[in-house]
Design a protein around this ligand. Structure first.
Ligand code: 6CS
Length: 319
């Protein structure tokens, strides 16, 4: 059999490293009975298009990041609320790979769309890029900030004082170059490999959000067409990859920043102070209310459950 796995990023990315390792393990474990074909970003369409292809069963697996998937599974936008996840990496890793709120409560929203959520993993702290210094909501005044397409991100960047401009990933470089947008927000590795730094002079670390992604499969196919052994093989492989990808994302965060600095020595890197962050954190409070307004009772359960899981993991890990 051939399993098709589409990623939302280009070759060499975090998602690519994940998919490559998934492919290696599945092909090895199945003794060559199964081959996995990886489709990098650009070969099949936008993130939203990839998710759609999974729901139709045209492809079996895809990365589907909450920043885009929110247009289909609105509850997943909990991961687009700024300053919700922990400031501690290990805590987020644990919550994202294990939380019952994610794999039970939130899972039911995926199943309604014929998707099955296999896993979530972090890809790195999201950084703002711009051609000016941004330290306060005032600095965001009249600033066209490109966001992924989920409606919650429009709420988040409005709350921060910016003019949010949702668009697909593939249009960001051109949008920056043509000044249709003034800035964008992504993890360091993406800023490097998509070359956004070429057309941006500032990188601003505000600690507001870890980029998270999901790996989804077609629910009918997964539950009804795979054998119990195959399902087990997929689940085990996914379990094995949590540590692997976490190490990759950590390596990328430092390596890729060095690559940017080397390619563009005059780039200005700003680390917001605790006081400066506090202003954005405060502004983000109303985004939580918007989320509940937008998603109702099911969203409220996800938000409250996730907050409790994060707190518990923080206490347990002494973070
Ligand atoms: O900004 C985006 O749209 C994309 N960013 C990353 C790092 N991965 C996929 C996503 O579509």
């Amino acid at each position: 059999a051939e399993w098709k796995f589409a990623i939302e990023e280009i070759e060499g990315s975090v998602q690519d490293r994940y998919a490559q390792e998934f492919k290696r393990l599945i092909e090895e474990k199945s003794g060559g009975d199964i081959t996995v074909t990886i489709y990098p970003y650009g070969s099949l369409g936008t993130s939203a298009a990839l998710t759609e292809l999974v729901t139709q069963g045209a492809i079996q697996f895809a990365n589907s990041s909450p920043g885009h998937l929110g247009t289909l599974v609105s509850e997943v936008q909990v991961f687009s609320i700024p300053y919700l996840l922990s400031q501690n990496d290990e805590v987020n890793k644990k919550v994202l790979s294990e939380s019952d709120v994610i794999y039970e409560t939130l899972q039911s929203s995926f199943h309604e769309k014929n998707l099955h959520l296999l896993t979530m993993y972090p890809e790195g702290d999201m950084v703002w890029t711009a051609n000016k210094e941004i330290r306060s909501p005032q600095d965001f005044d009249n600033f066209k900030m490109r966001t992924m397409v989920s409606p919650m991100l429009v709420e988040a960047y409005s709350a921060f004082g910016a003019s949010p401009t949702p668009m697909p990933y593939g249009e960001v470089y051109g949008g920056l170059q043509l000044k249709q947008i003034d800035g964008q927000v992504n993890p360091v590795f993406a800023i490097q490999e998509m070359k956004f730094y070429e057309v941006q002079d500032y990188m601003i670390f505000a600690g507001q959000q870890e980029f998270t992604t999901t790996v989804v499969t077609n629910n009918d196919w997964f539950q009804n067409e795979l054998s119990a052994d195959e399902r087990k093989m997929v689940n085990e492989t996914i379990g094995e990859l949590a540590d692997y990808i976490f190490d990759v994302k950590r390596e990328f965060a430092t390596e890729r920043l060095e690559m940017i600095k080397e390619a563009k020595p005059d780039i200005t890197i700003i680390e917001l102070t605790e006081e400066e962050r506090a202003v954005f954190r405060e502004a983000a409070q109303r985004v939580r209310d918007k989320y509940v307004e937008m998603t109702g009772e099911s969203g409220k359960m996800v938000l409250e459950g996730l907050q409790a899981d994060i707190k518990e993991a923080e206490e347990e890990m002494g973070a």
